[in-house]
Design a protein around this ligand. Structure first.
Ligand code: NAD
Ligand code: ZN
Length: 351
């Protein structure tokens, strides 16, 4: 099969012919219909310090996709050939404290398909049965291919109360933009968004942000405070990982509000804990992945309700062989979700 392979420990990736994965008795082989490029794939492509430590080439990367079940192992009972599926790509150990107490999204021994094992930038991908998510056929292929990052957004937005509350989203990459759409669908408002890139600022507006702040050009904390009579936002969703944005996120939170941190800073940073957390009585949450499968059920319900229009965020569609072009687009910031199709780009309806 054709696959995008990180062949060696250096920048770039190659399109190669590799063997179709062999499945074990509890595995499912999925024929990939559409895959989507994530920020993590950009790290792997560029070969940064994180990749050097974590990735062991050769590796077929990619972890956002949907497809059709091709075949199943002898002991598989819950999936069969022809099913329309995606998957939770974090494979939990099933044995650690967290796995045994209903928190497999923070498993101590998690392994990620597309990072620690061959992923979905290929014609076929192997998934353990326990990680398969069956997709309602009413959901279009293009949306089904982005359930992984949409799930990050749903998990973050719904990690506390949201309806009728003011929300600030710092960082409008794909996940921040999804979060704006989800918060709006769940009855939040007003929604403040901060982002430096003009293309993504426009998308934030399109997704339903009431106010889009050019950060760091304008101080977003001062702006949110000014627009909330000095009170601050009830809920802050940090989705940039940028140290300055993280500090501002704490400053724009109202006393007693909730801040949920999804963005990953590349190194430790300094915070004013006394003023921005303790005296504020802030509720601070770390957000990792998606709850398995609680977030998936909620996400599917939101999609089926028709309340989420994600079309503006699927900015580019191309054959999988154009992968390098998709990466360049994303690196320029002039894209949100780039979809790759192993069998060529389907018709405009995307179903
Ligand atoms: P992304 O890098 O595309 O988005 C980050 C956005 O933040 C960009 O649009 C960038 O322009 C913006 N930004 C940079 N500096 C800013 C500033 N000072 N103020 C406001 N915005 C600023 O990434 P993404 O794919 O949307 O993911 C968002 C973050 O979440 C990343 O840090 C990513 O590593 C992290 N992430 C976390 C998890 C998790 O499970 N916790 C999962 C996926 C991604
Ligand atoms: Zn575990």
């Amino acid at each position: 099969m054709q696959a995008i392979v990180k062949t060696e420990a250096r920048p770039g990736a190659e399109i190669q012919r590799v063997a179709v994965p062999e499945i074990g008795p509890r595995d499912v082989l999925v024929r990939v219909k559409a895959a989507s490029v994530c920020g993590t794939d950009l790290h792997i492509y560029r070969w940064d310090r994180w990749s050097e430590r974590r990735i062991h080439p050769p590796l077929v990367f990619g972890h956002e996709f949907c497809g059709e079940v091709e075949s199943v192992g002898a002991e598989v009972t819950t999936a069969r050939a022809g099913d329309f599926v995606s998957a939770e790509m974090h494979v939990a150990c099933g044995r650690c404290f967290q796995c045994r107490t209903g928190q497999r999204h923070i498993c101590q021994n998690v392994r990620i398909i597309g990072i620690d094992m061959d992923g979905c930038f290929a014609e076929f991908v192997k998934i353990p049965e326990s990680n398969i998510w069956k997709i309602d056929p009413a959901i279009p292929v293009d949306y089904a291919a982005v359930l992984d990052p949409l799930g990050n957004a749903v998990h973050t937005v719904l990690a506390g109360e949201i309806a009728g509350l003011s929300v600030a989203v710092t960082g409008c990459g794909p996940i921040g933009l999804f979060a704006i759409a989800v918060a709006k669908a769940c009855g939040a408002g007003p929604i403040f968004a901060s982002e430096p890139h003009p293309y993504r600022m426009k998308l934030a507006e399109k997704m339903g942000a009431s106010v889009v702040i050019d950060s760091p050009g304008t101080d977003p904390a001062a702006e949110v405070l000014a627009r909330t009579e000095g009170v601050g936002a009830d809920v802050v969703l940090e989705m940039s990982g940028n140290p300055q944005a993280i500090r501002q996120a704490f400053q724009m939170l109202r006393r007693g509000g909730r801040i949920s941190l999804l963005g990953i800073p590349s190194k430790p940073l300094e915070l004013d804990l006394a003023n921005d957390v303790i005296f504020k009585g802030a509720v601070v949450q770390g957000i990792n992945g998606r709850r398995v499968f609680e977030t998936w059920y909620k996400m599917q319900a939101l999609l089926k309700s028709g309340a989420l229009d994600l079309a503006p965020l699927i900015t580019d569609r191309m054959p999988m062989s154009d992968f390098a072009r998709g990466v360049e687009l994303l690196l320029s910031g002039n894209a949100s979700k780039v979809l790759l199709y192993p069998d060529g780009v389907p018709g405009a309806a995307g179903r």
